[in-house]
Design a protein. Structure first.
Length: 373
């Protein structure tokens, strides 16, 4: 939809802050606490006005800790709050559709974390419902909002590497390895939709598509080399039905080859390396773990007669949220840039931040590639 025609866009253009309510902002180490909370505080134009948690007691504790006045025990209460313009759904994947529906049915705009749904059918249902409600939406594929990826995209477009010949991604998922934390068991169950394929691989695929174009003829294979993990607290074995190896092959627009290998856990070697190789040069992005959407990214390049790589600083013009540090605030950095770009989209009628339709299309590209493989 044209976001500039929505009431939310009117609020943004008026200079009034957009009131945000977060579903899933806990008091102790939640993803929303590590990412959305600092992101919203760093981007002028938003005001965190409400939160909800699993119970009124936990919501009140979280509200007191984070200084949020309106703390609700249910999502229904939060979306009914007149002070909330944008609802952020930051809970486990199996609860996304129900909560998104609740917000959309109340006429609220929604930012939902990725994966959008637990599978393609749920994602398409949410995209259809958002379209019928004619409200702006955002899906949390924030890697493409990272300044380092925006700079890499422009370097490629400007011919830094010449004609792209191939691109290769190797990444470690962190989770889905030999051990699992007590609160992370749910990612080991493939039925929950939060897997090596749907989280780090898919975030990276979306970022790569932003920089180099959507891969064509994509084929994805999942392999289970581990079938269990050891709980770090109890020492007990926990079953793992999610694959711990993901391998993919595709072709970029123009014919270049794209390859991916994601593995569970961490390695003593390379945990994230993305090479873009061309006729005139090379670009390499690295990170300490294979989640470019939440990790500090290092960009290096070399071209012409150079035989090695040199660090490439991201120009200040790409940094739209200067109050956050790309390393110290890595979990919030790309999220904040997505929030900032969403404000621009609302004011100018653009659509650079991925919405629910984009999220459903990303689900479709992945599921069709796995089926075809």
């Amino acid at each position: 939809m044209n976001t500039s025609e929505s009431p939310l866009a009117g609020t943004a253009r008026s200079g009034k802050p957009i009131g945000v309510g977060i579903i899933g902002l806990g008091a102790h180490g939640s993803w929303a606490e590590r990412s959305h909370l600092p992101a919203l505080r760093a981007v002028p134009g938003y005001e965190l006005r409400a939160l909800s948690a699993s119970s009124r007691q936990s919501a009140e504790r979280s509200g007191q800790q984070h200084g949020v006045a309106r703390a609700f025990g249910t999502a229904a209460e939060l979306v009914a709050c007149d002070e909330v313009d944008l609802v952020v759904v930051a809970v486990k994947v199996p609860y996304h559709r129900e909560l998104v529906r609740t917000a959309l049915d109340a006429g609220k705009s929604v930012l939902c974390e990725w994966p959008l749904g637990n599978g393609l059918a749920e994602a398409e249902d949410m995209a259809r419902r958002a379209r019928s409600r004619a409200v702006p939406t955002v899906v949390g594929l924030q890697a493409r909002s990272h300044p380092a990826l925006a700079y890499a995209r422009d370097l490629v477009a400007d011919g830094y590497v010449g004609e792209v010949l191939s691109t290769t991604v190797v990444g470690s998922g962190g989770a889905w390895g030999a051990t699992v934390g007590p609160s992370d068991h749910y990612v080991l169950d493939a039925a929950n939709g939060a897997t090596l394929l749907t989280i780090p691989f898919s975030h990276t695929l979306d970022g790569l598509a932003f920089v180099l174009g959507e891969p064509e003829e994509l084929r994805i294979q999942q392999v289970s080399r581990r079938t269990s993990a050891v709980d770090t607290e109890s020492g007990q074995s926990v079953p793992m039905t999610a694959a711990d190896q993901v391998v993919a092959l595709g072709r970029l627009p123009g014919g270049a080859v794209a390859t991916f290998h994601y593995r569970g856990g961490m390695t003593r070697g390379t945990n994230f390396r993305w090479e873009i190789n061309g006729t005139e040069g090379d670009l390499v992005l690295t990170a300490p773990v294979g989640h470019p959407q939440l990790s500090p990214l290092t960009l290096e390049g070399g071209r012409g007669r150079s035989t090695g790589l040199s660090p490439m600083a991201v120009p200040e013009s790409y940094v739209r949220v200067p109050h956050l540090d790309p390393r110290a605030d890595a979990s919030a950095y790309a999220v904040a840039h997505a929030y900032q770009q969403f404000l621009v989209d609302l004011c100018e009628g653009t659509s650079y931040v991925p919405d629910f339709a984009h999220g459903a299309a990303r689900h479709r590209s992945i599921e069709s590639a796995v089926t075809a493989g």
